[in-house]
Each structure stands twice: as structure tokens, then as C-alpha cells.
Design a binder for this molecule. Structure first.
Ligand code: 5GP
Ligand code: ZN
Length: 131
């Protein structure tokens, strides 16, 4: 099931040129076009799912693939010992801008942000404060 207007469905179907760093029959991982950290990879299901809030029981294997692919990519990116983070945004206040489930893999520079989160993945909050 894919949405012809969805950019991440197009990437999953290899319809737009993208640096894919990992793939199997359920998921694709590719570099974010606007990286917020030295390693910034997006992991997505091939199936069009709007966000983590739309997960059903049948998606369990796909979510396990994402966790295992992220662990594998952390090793190949050389950040498995220094540390890495998975983030997924749901809805506008969280900064979700593409409405096809994606998990950000971030690493390479863990800074102590105001909230301890370090990376600034989400967009600006409605109050104007950085997320
Ligand atoms: P969100 O803000 O929805 O959590 O994250 C969307 C992410 O997708 C952003 O970090 C943005 O840079 C990335 N992105 C959006 N469109 C494309 C694209 O066409 N190609 C790639 N590689 N990344 C994209
Ligand atoms: Zn999609």
C-alpha cells in the first residue's frame, strides 16, 4: 500500500534518487537531506503508515526491523560506543513534517541541550521556542 503523493513512499519505491543505506522487504533507511547531527538517518516502513500512532499489532516485525537496522547502522556509522538516539515525531507540535512514519537515528555529537535532549529534531514550537 503506497500513497502516490507521499515523498517517503516514493523513496521506498526507489522512484526518487536517495542514498539508501539499508533495506529489506519491510523497511528502508536513508540519509536525511537536512542533517541535524553528523549521523542523521531516517528509517521508514515501506508500507505507508502515517505515524507511530497508527501502529497495529501486525506491524510488530517491521518495528523490530527498525530497531535492529538502527543498531546495525549505529555500528557501521561508528557511533555504537559514543551513543545514539531514536526519535519519532507525531503531529505538528512535535514537528512532524512528513506524514509517513519515520524514525530519526541521530548520533555523532551528543550535546547537553536545555532539556537534555541535545539534538534539535523537531521544528519550532508554536510558542516560538526551539523544541
Ligand atoms: P519530521 O520533521 O517529520 O520528524 O522529519 C522529516 C525529516 O525528513 C526532516 O528531517 C527532513 O529533513 C527529511 N526529509 C524531508 N523530505 C526529504 C526527502 O525528500 N529526502 C530526504 N532524504 N529527507 C527528507
Ligand atoms: Zn508514504
Amino acid at each position: 500500500m503506497s500513497d502516490t503523493s507521499c515523498i517517503f513512499c516514493k523513496i521506498a519505491a526507489h522512484e526518487v534518487p536517495t542514498e539508501i543505506v539499508h533495506e529489506n522487504d519491510r523497511i528502508v533507511a536513508f540519509r536525511d537531506m537536512d542533517p541535524k547531527a553528523p549521523t542523521h538517518i531516517l528509517l521508514i516502513p515501506k508500507e505507508h503508515i502515517g505515524s507511530i500512532a497508527d501502529i497495529e499489532d501486525r506491524h510488530g516485525a517491521m518495528l523490530a526491523d527498525i530497531a535492529q537496522a538502527a543498531t546495525h547502522l549505529a555500528k557501521t556509522e561508528g557511533i555504537d560506543r559514543s551513543g545514539w538516539r531514536l526519535v519519532t515525531n507525531v503531529g505538528p507540535d512535535a514537528g512532524q513534517s512528513v506524514f509517513h512514519l519515520h524514525v530519526h537515528l541521530l548520533g555523532g555529537r551528543i550535546s547537553s541541550g536545555r532539556d537534555g535532549a541535545g539534538f534539535r529534531v523537531a521544528a519550532t514550537l508554536p510558542t516560538g521556542r526551539a523544541a
